[in-house]
Design a protein around this ligand. Structure first.
Ligand code: CDP
Length: 805
């Protein structure tokens, strides 16, 4: 701000524009019980739906008897696949080009699968009737391991058993979904074969679940008089839901209104289309009454989109002095019973091929095999869609393993392999063009902030003390430098069910100088109403407090692809800035007219246009807005509105340096996080306080995943962690204090230089925690152990290393 005058600084501060830690405007409602979530919606005559779910992971459904259930007072209907079949709705397409049963059609393929849908006058009657639906199952052999699935004679997907190719090319086994490759295999093999040092490891990123505080749900209301279907729901992409609902039902799109009200956390869990949505819509059409369906916690954990479940076999090669020469990765990806990953169409493994990370690796190759098992479908959710989290975990573990192989400090190994600032835009061996970055600066700042050298000395002393019997606690220093890729589009590369991944913003400036802006995205807690108003405040000179941001109603918001994968800022944020600039362009003409000078003789000045060289002659945006509605201006339409649809030219590549310092008790396996330092570079920062909040939340979710959270199955396919008694959800008790920090490397192609940030802390946090555990035991010979690092598993590491003797 050094070029601004004091008056300009004062006026800019009043706008609360970009760079201001503006308080979240949403929180007034949320903290006073005025949130409006889907379960808050109550309509006259509303019915309630509930599912009969399969207790078995693999079974033939021989018969379903609904007679007793129908006798429960208040029960209106019990839908089965037979009822949906005439409408061709007993199966539905998935976002990954597969199809999925809406209700069990002849067999079930995972525990918790939807078998029948009971509709009743209240949710208690529906729950009672669920108990009385008699389903005759014949158990079938269960496969929960993807490696076994590829060898087994048991056919899981009988509906496609004879199909030798799927949406993503050839299938080589009846339980195989696709093989997808990227990179130069021959060059990579050659680099690894001829290398001085090679490290090889299987890195498993376990199955987990985002577990948003609000579960998934919907209210469908078919108005038979107007022919209009209104659907409220926990949808992260309401417009896509409208289009899909129209295509599936045949109802014209203008007769469908989809509304996402407040959403209590999404994290990717609310991107997919679930059977509950279809059943509620059908039930409303059939009964002519509104129908509500809300999951309970067990339903949510057992049956909705999981995350990860990636077995990543890696080989990494280097010279003796640590320059990486090649990276090879073969992933066996457990997709569960149906391929329902929410990736852009052309990317069956999402953006996993960002797995060369922050490093300049000349040769790389990735191969991903998707596999069916008897587990719930889904596959990309959890604060990082598109498999970037798996990729970051993979490369950050491989770096650590290579450091062991080279007997080298892992911080130094990273430093000598980072892509240099002068190499951007950087073309990766796996096909991405990284837009900008300055990894060395961020890394040096991070190491200095935690006194890395001092920590290593302390660790060495701790090891001595441990060996001398003076302590039973080891010290782990978990390092991570991650590179993210967020902001899908561009349209030419990225679509969902054929809809190109652009996004949008429409602004209306009112005559008195306040405004409403509507976007194609939808906040699930990320504070869009706060931060998008800040972008507009800076771009239009209207105070953020005078701008209402609205999202989530397809009848009013411009078409957009929704919010997931940190795409809101890179895509809709850009649309917002550009729509703001359109407003400003028209405002300039109005100002020039009012000031009786040529358009080129006025200049933008924070919240006004003033005459060049005569700043005392000006028109504020408030005056300009009024004139737009009140004066006939030659050659200009009345009004002050703009809309922008933004197709990003590239994705944005945020990055970060995270360091976790952890004490580990060898005898109990308990861990204590002494320090967690998170440096994020998300380009231009719109709201530093909101960014901090995103980082705190994301690192906490990373802590959960790395240190305890898991969707675990037994051999019969029973979900062992289907309640919050078993599924680790961190509370204030476990969560450490975080130190946040930043550097700013703007995105060169984004109108305001901003990159996304929401995903980053999860992407960087998980390897930081996991590497800390591994690092604590490195001196005693640990190379690799699987997450989650709960107390028992840490105790077992110590035991296996002979540290309890
Ligand atoms: O798509 P999603 O909203 O989940 O993620 P995001 O685009 O990373 O934005 C999350 C929140 O952080 C939004 O409120 C953004 O406006 C804010 N943010 C920011 O203040 N500055 C940035 N450079 C990036 C995001």
């Amino acid at each position: 701000m050094k070029d601004l005058t004091e008056d300009q600084i004062e006026r800019a501060a009043k706008l609360k524009g970009m760079g201001t830690s503006r308080k979240r405007v949403e929180d007034v409602r949320f903290t006073q019980g005025k949130g409006n979530y889907v379960d808050d919606i109550k309509l006259d005559g509303m019915l309630f739906g509930d599912f009969v779910r399969s207790p078995y992971a693999h079974a033939r459904v021989k018969s379903i008897n609904i007679e007793e259930a129908m006798k429960v007072p208040g029960v209106v209907a019990v839908l089965t696949a037979k009822d949906l079949e005439p409408l061709s709705l007993h199966w539905m397409p998935t976002l990954a080009g597969d199809k999925q049963m809406v209700l069990a059609d002849g067999k079930v393929l995972f525990q918790g699968q939807e078998v029948a849908f009971v509709v009743a006058s209240d949710r208690y009657a529906a729950a009672d009737a669920v108990e009385l639906v008699e389903v005759d199952y014949e158990e079938l052999p269960v496969i929960v391991n993807p490696f076994e699935a590829l060898k087994s004679d048991v056919v899981l997907r009988e509906d496609i058993k004879d199909e030798t190719s799927g949406a993503h090319g050839p299938r080589n086994h009846h339980n195989h979904i696709f093989t997808w490759t990227e990179g130069n295999e021959a060059a990579t093999e050659q680099a690894i074969d001829s290398a001085e040092v090679v490290a090889e490891e299987m890195v498993y990123y376990h199955r987990t679940h985002p577990c948003p505080l609000e579960t998934c749900g919907t209210v469908a209301s078919m108005d038979k008089v107007t022919g209009k279907l209104t659907v409220w729901g926990t949808f992260q992409a309401p417009h896509v839901v409208r289009t899909v609902a129209s295509l599936l039902s045949g109802i014209e799109e203008h007769n469908i209104r989809v509304i996402s009200p407040d959403i209590g956390g999404g994290f990717g869990n609310k991107v997919g289309v679930y059977p509950g949505y279809i059943c509620a819509i059908v039930a409303s059409i059939v009964t002519g009454k509104p129908v509500k369906w809300i999951e309970d916690r067990m339903d949510n954990l057992m049956a909705t989109a999981f995350a990860r479940d990636y077995w990543m076999k890696g080989r990494i090669s280097a010279t003796k002095d640590g320059k990486i020469t090649g990276l090879h990765c073969h992933v066996t990806a457990d997709h569960g019973a149906f391929d329902a990953c929410a990736d852009p169409t052309k990317f069956p493994a999402g953006f996993f091929h960002i797995c060369t990370g922050s490093y300049d690796i000349p040769a790389a190759f990735v191969k991903v095999d998707g596999v069916y098992t008897n587990k719930a479908p889904g596959g990309v959710a959890y604060r990082c869609s598109f498999r970037v989290t798996e990729a970051a975990y993979f490369i950050e573990r491989m770096i650590e393993v290579l450091a062991i192989e080279l007997n080298m400090d892992a911080a130094e190994l990273r430093r000598i392999n980072f892509i240099r600032a002068d190499q951007f835009p950087y073309q990766s061996a796996l096909g991405w063009e990284y837009d900008s970055g300055d990894y060395h600066t961020a890394w040096d700042k991070a190491l200095k902030a935690v006194d890395y050298e001092g920590l290593r000395k302390e660790q060495a002393q701790r090891i001595e003390d441990f060996k001398a019997g003076k302590t039973r606690k080891l010290l782990g220093i978990g390092l991570t430098h991650f590179t993210e890729i967020v902001g899908a589009g561009p349209v030419k590369n990225c679509d969902i069910l054929g809809m190109g991944m652009f996004d949008s913003c429409e602004i209306r400036i009112h005559p008195t100088g306040s405004a409403i802006a509507r976007l194609g995205t939808i906040s699930q807690g990320q504070a869009h109403a706060t931060t998008f108003a800040q972008i507009l405040a800076t771009e239009t000179g209207i105070p953020a407090d005078s701008i209402t941001i609205e999202e989530g109603d397809t009848d009013t918001a411009p078409y957009g692809l929704g919010t997931y994968g940190s795409r809101s800022t890179p895509v809709a944020g850009a649309a917002t800035a550009l729509a703001g600039r359109k407003i400003r362009a028209k405002a300039q003409m109005i100002a020039a007219y009012l000031l009786e000078v040529h358009d080129d003789d006025v200049e933008w000045d924070v919240d006004r246009f003033s005459v060049k060289g005569a700043p005392e002659r000006f028109k504020t945006m408030k005056e300009i807005a009024y004139a737009a509605y009140n004066q006939a201006i030659p050659g200009l339409e009345p009004g002050l509105e703009a809309v922008s649809y933004y197709d990003p030219p590239n994705m944005t590549y945020p990055f970060g340096a995270y360091i976790c310092v952890m004490e580990v008790d060898v005898d109990t396996g308990q861990w204590d996080i002494r320090q967690f330092y998170a440096l994020d570079d998300c380009g231009t920062r719109i709201n530093p306080m909101v960014i901090d909040g995103q980082v705190h939340g994301g690192v906490t979710e990373a802590l959960a995943i790395a240190m305890g959270q898991e969707i675990a199955y037994d051999d019969m396919g029973n979900v062992k962690t289907g309640t919050l008694m078993d599924f680790f959800l961190p509370t204030a008790w476990e969560v450490p204090n975080y130190t946040t920090d930043h550097t700013v490397t703007p995105s060169p192609h984004h109108p305001i230089g901003a990159k996304g940030v929401g995903e980053s802390p999860n992407v960087g946090g998980v390897p930081a925690f996991s590497n800390a555990v591994h690092d604590a035991f490195r001196a005693f010979g640990l190379r690799q152990s699987h997450m989650p690092h709960d107390h028992w598993r840490i105790w077992k590491i110590a035991s296996d290393l002979g540290l309890h003797a």
